[in-house]
Design a protein around this ligand. Structure first.
Ligand SMILES: Cc1ncc(COP(=O)(O)O)c(C=O)c1O
Length: 376
């Protein structure tokens, strides 16, 4: 079955009691017990399992070509569960350019005290090999494309290096979605998404999901963390995510087409020093993205002449493009990452990160151009 069809059908069927074609939303926290003490529906209590969450998990497992998915209350809850559930203490190797929330998780919670985190540029495979071999390493965390420098990392090569060192390799594939990238097929031990982004697709839900292959050593610990620590995805969020999934393949195609046009227009503007986007032929990640992905995604960063002041000025003059954090929704969003991330940021001062939405690409380009032309 093709991904467009799976995205609509897997995990869902016509409701047997009502004939409803759209999947019902099950908000009940508790389920009827039979006179014999058993649970005839298979459901007992929603923290353990919920029909709407099960449907979302089944859909995600299928889209990622995995065996089991586990849905959490946010992407960060899913990431925390993976760090806690990977069984070995010791070193976790993370990319130096990664979603800033993980850096905050490490620096500001007990997670950073329980494991030794080492950050490397995972495009440098020799440095990665050194990082996983000079101390016992349990986990290698991959994020590709990365945030905010839009680097592309070789999933197959990194997984191989991790496995040779006895470590698990897990991919945050939020920016690529299962439409553009299949980490499990490239050797990853699990794939994680912030479903808050493209999977939901409309900036109106918060959830995270981890998909594991058949026989995964992670499945049971993750299920126990989900169930007993309780950071489960809410039924309504799962229902919205299921709705979002139905148009995910279509949306990703349109997102990618729009981003390519916007990136090319920005690259041609004299006040833009650099555009970071693997869809551009001279981008360092271009060839790898061509091999590894089915499209270049819709996240791009661009560096503006005039540093932070220039970038803030451009952002302030935008009329259509919305100044807001997050990504993956219908609205094009822009953010000055250095001011969000503070002094430890990898983002150059003049960098603006853009999540290209689903407006007409020419309208996005026109707005960016008028804002850039005001640089003076
Ligand atoms: C790549 C990536 N991973 C994880 C997360 C965290 O997800 P959430 O905000 O759903 O907790 C984000 C959020 O922006 C992200 O961009």
């Amino acid at each position: 079955m093709h991904i467009e069809t799976k995205a609509i059908h897997i995990g869902r069927s016509v409701d047997r009691t009502t004939g409803a074609v759209s999947i019902p939303l099950h908000t009940s926290t508790t389920f009827h017990r039979g006179a014999d003490g058993a649970f005839p529906s298979g459901f007992e209590y929603s923290r353990d399992a919920n029909p709407t969450r099960n449907a979302f998990e089944a859909a995600m497992a299928s889209l990622e070509e995995g065996s089991t998915a586990l849905a959490f209350s946010s992407g960060m809850a899913a990431i925390t569960a993976v760090f806690e559930g990977h069984a070995t203490a010791g070193r976790i190797v993370v990319p130096d350019d990664m979603y800033f929330g993980i850096r905050s998780l490490i620096e500001e919670t007990d997670i950073g005290r329980r494991f030794e985190f080492v950050a490397v540029d995972m495009r440098d495979l020799d440095r990665l090999r050194a990082a996983v071999t000079d101390a016992p390493t349990g986990l290698v965390w991959i994020e590709t494309p990365s945030n905010p420098l839009i680097r592309v990392v070789d999933i197959r090569a990194v997984c191989q290096i991790a496995h040779e060192a006895g470590a698990l390799a897990i991919v945050d594939s939020t920016w690529a979605t299962p439409v553009l990238q299949r980490p499990l097929a490239l050797g990853a031990d699990a794939v994680m998404h912030s479903a808050t982004k493209y999977i939901g697709g409309h900036s109106d839900l918060m959830a995270g999901v981890v998909v594991v292959p058949e026989g995964s050593q992670l499945e049971r610990p993750l299920r126990m963390i989900q169930r007993h620590k309780g950071s489960v995805a809410a039924p309504f969020d799962c229902w919205l995510a299921l709705r979002g999934l139905q148009t995910l393949p279509l949306r990703m195609r349109a997102h990618c087409e729009g981003a390519q046009k916007v990136a090319e227009a920005l690259a041609a503007h004299p006040d833009v020093e650099e555009v970071l986007f693997p869809g551009l032929p001279d981008d360092p990640g271009h060839a790898l993205a061509q091999r590894q992905m089915n499209g270049y995604g819709a996240m791009l960063s661009f560096v503006i002449r005039g540093g932070a002041e220039g970038a803030m000025g451009v952002a302030s003059r935008l009329k259509l493009v919305t100044r807001a954090t997050s990504l993956g929704g219908t609205h094009t969003l822009i953010e000055h990452r250095a001011s969000v991330e503070g002094p430890r940021t990898m983002a150059p001062a003049g960098l603006l990160r853009l999540s290209v939405g689903l407006e007409h690409p020419q309208d996005i380009i026109d707005d960016l151009t008028q804002a850039l032309n005001g640089l003076g």
